[in-house]
Design a protein around this ligand. Structure first.
Ligand code: BG6
Length: 487
C-alpha cells in the first residue's frame, strides 16, 4: 500500500508513551524504509521545549548511531496547551510552514496521548482552527486509551469527538489488535479448512483467555488506582481478543466488514446482572510476599496508591455469548498484575470424545484436546492431542504439536505500535476499535462496575504477589481448571 506524505502531530509528546513506544515504533518504520518519502513528527505538549530538546528526549530509547541522527531530523516540537486557542492558531501556522519545508503536503494525523480529560477540548480546538477537515488532504485523529471510564463517559467522549471529526477519521487505538499473533487469529481461523468446522458449540467445551503480567503498576499507581484491571485490560484488550475468537467470518478483510462482526459479538454478550456479579466475577489485589528471599511490596504500598485501596489488580470472569455459534459455551477470562509470568494466551478446549475406549490411560482422568494460541511472549500455536505410548497395550499420552513464530527466523515481528501507526498512515482502520464496539464493551462491563461500587461487601481477595491470583478464581470453572502455562 502507498503511504502518502504526511505529518504526525503528537499531543502529550513530553509524556512516557511518546518516548517509550511511539518514537521507537516510528524509528523502526524508518529503518524498514516504510515511512513516506516526506514525513515529519511534530511533538505538541504544554512543556516548553525546543526542537533540539525534543529530539534529545525522543532519542532516549533509540540506539546511538547515525541512523538515529538522520531520523531525529524529522522531529519537531511546538508548545501547545490544550485549552489555549491562540496556541492552536500558532500550531496551524507551524504546520503550514512545516509541510512546505518538508514537502509533506497538508496530510495530518493528530495523535492524542494526553490525559483523556482534554481529548474533547483538543478535538474542538482543532476543528475551530479548521485543522480537523480538509477537502484536499486527509485529517485523522488517533485516540489512546482509556476511552472513557464507564459507559456514560465513553458515550460522552464519542459524542464530543464526533462533533468535530467523522467516525471514519477517528482511530481508537487498542494496541492488542496490533499484535502479530492477534491478527494471525483471523488467518488461522479463516484460511484453514481444519479449524473452522469445529469452531462452535458442537465441538468446543469452553474458551479460556489469560493475560498475566509479572510487573506491578510500575510508577503508574495514580492512574491505575482510579482504573483497576477491569477497566485497564478487560474492557478493551481482552474483550477484543474474545471478539476475534468468537466472530463470524467477515465478508471481506476490510475495516468495516471485520468491525461489524466484532460488534455483533459484543452485542451478543449475555449481560451479567448486578446481583449475579459475585458468582461470575472474581476480583483480587496483590499483597506483599517474599519470593526467593526477596520481599515484594503489596499493591497498597505502591507509590500513588491509596493505603486502603479497593482497586482490583486481578479480575477473572465467566460469561456467555448468546448467539447461534456459541450458545451455552462458557468463556473464561482472567488478567492480573504481579503474577508468576508474563503470558497472554487463548485456550480452546474441545469436547471430549463421546466414549472413552482407552480407560487404561497412562494419565489421570480424561483430558480434552486443546488449541493454545500464544499471543505473547513466544508467539505461536500449540495443539495438544492424544497418542498411543509406544509399547504393549494401549497406554495413551498427550503430545504437543507446537509452532513458534521464532522458528521463522527470517521474520521480524513488528511491534504493535509500529503496525498500528503504519495502518493509520495508510488509512486502514481494521485494527482500530470502532465507537459502537467500544460502547458495547462498556455496556457489558458497566453492571460489574456498579455492583462493586454499590456493594462493598463483594470481596476483593488478596493474593500474594507472584502467584496466579486468588484461589476463588479456580472455582469459576466448573469442569476443569485454568491452564497454568508455566506452573
Ligand atoms: C496497557 C495497560 O494498556 O497494557 C497496562 O494500561 C498493561 O497496565 C499493558 O501493562 C499490557 O500490554 P502488553 O502489550 O505488555 O501486554
Amino acid at each position: 500500500k502507498k503511504t502518502k506524505n504526511q505529518i504526525l502531530i503528537i499531543f502529550g509528546a513530553s509524556g512516557d508513551l511518546t518516548k517509550r513506544k511511539l518514537i521507537p515504533a516510528l524509528f523502526d518504520l524508518f529503518q524498514q524504509k516504510m515511512l513516506p518519502e516526506n514525513f515529519a513528527v511534530l511533538g505538541a505538549s504544554r512543556t516548553k521545549l525546543s526542537d533540539k530538546d525534543f529530539r534529545k528526549r525522543a532519542a532516549e530509547f533509540l540506539p546511538e548511531n547515525k541512523e538515529t541522527q538522520t531520523f531525529a531530523e524529522k522531529l519537531f516540537y511546538q508548545p501547545v496547551s490544550p485549552h489555549e486557542t491562540e496556541d492552536f492558531k500558532k500550531l496551524k501556522k507551524r504546520l503550514e510552514k512545516l509541510s512546505a519545508d518538508q514537502k509533506t503536503d497538508a496530510n495530518y494525523i493528530f495523535y492524542l496521548s494526553t490525559p483523556p480529560s482534554v481529548y474533547g477540548i483538543i478535538a474542538k480546538n482543532l476543528c475551530e482552527t479548521e485543522l480537523s477537515k480538509s477537502d484536499e488532504f486527509f485529517r485523522r485523529l488517533i485516540v489512546e486509551k482509556p476511552f472513557g471510564a464507564d459507559l456514560e463517559s465513553a458515550r460522552k467522549l464519542n459524542k464530543q469527538l464526533l462533533k468535530y471529526f467523522n467516525e471514519n477519521q477517528v482511530y481508537r487505538i487498542d494496541h492488542y489488535l496490533g499484535k502479530e499473533s492477534v491478527q494471525n487469529m483471523l488467518v488461522t481461523r479463516f484460511s484453514n479448512g481444519i479449524f473452522e468446522p469445529l469452531w462452535n458449540r458442537n465441538f468446543i467445551e469452553r474458551v479460556e483467555i489469560t493475560s498475566a503480567e509479572n510487573i506491578g503498576v510500575e510508577g503508574r499507581g495514580g492512574y491505575y488506582d482510579e482504573s483497576g484491571a477491569l477497566r485497564d485490560m478487560l474492557q478493551n484488550h481482552l474483550l477484543q481478543l474474545a471478539g476475534f475468537v468468537a466472530m463470524e467470518p467477515p465478508v471481506v478483510i476490510e475495516a468495516d466488514a471485520i468491525r461489524n462482526e466484532i460488534v455483533k459479538v459484543f452485542q451478543s454478550l449475555r449481560p451479567i446482572p448486578e446481583e449475579k456479579v459475585p458468582e461470575n466475577v472474581i476480583r483480587g489485589q496483590y499483597i506483599n510476599s517474599t519470593i526467593k528471599g526477596k520481599k515484594i511490596k503489596g499493591y497498597r504500598e505502591e507509590p500513588g496508591v491509596d493505603n486502603n485501596s479497593r482497586t482490583e489488580t486481578f479480575v477473572a470472569m465467566k460469561f456467555f455469548i448468546d448467539n447461534w455459534r456459541w450458545g451455552g459455551v462458557p468463556f473464561y477470562i482472567r488478567t492480573g498484575k504481579k503474577m508468576p509470568a508474563r503470558v497472554t494466551e487463548i485456550v480452546i478446549h474441545f469436547k471430549q470424545v463421546p466414549h472413552h475406549l482407552f480407560n487404561n490411560s497412562g494419565e489421570q482422568g480424561p483430558i480434552d484436546n486443546q488449541l493454545v494460541i500464544r499471543i505473547q511472549p513466544d508467539e505461536g500455536i500449540l495443539l495438544k492431542f492424544r497418542m498411543k505410548t509406544p509399547g504393549a497395550g494401549f497406554q495413551v499420552q498427550t503430545v504437543n504439536m507446537d509452532f513458534h513464530y521464532s522458528d521463522l527466523s527470517e521474520v521480524r515481528l513488528p511491534s504493535a505500535y509500529e503496525r498500528l501507526l503504519l495502518d493509520c498512515m495508510q488509512g486502514d482502520a481494521t485494527l482500530y476499535s470502532r465507537g459502537d464496539a467500544v460502547e458495547e464493551a462498556w455496556k457489558f462491563v458497566q453492571p460489574i462496575l456498579d455492583a462493586w461500587k454499590n456493594n462493598p461487601n463483594i470481596p476483593i481477595y488478596g493474593y500474594p504477589a507472584g502467584t496466579w491470583g486468588p484461589d476463588s478464581s479456580d472455582k469459576l470453572i466448573q469442569n476443569g481448571d485454568w491452564r497454568y502455562p508455566c506452573k
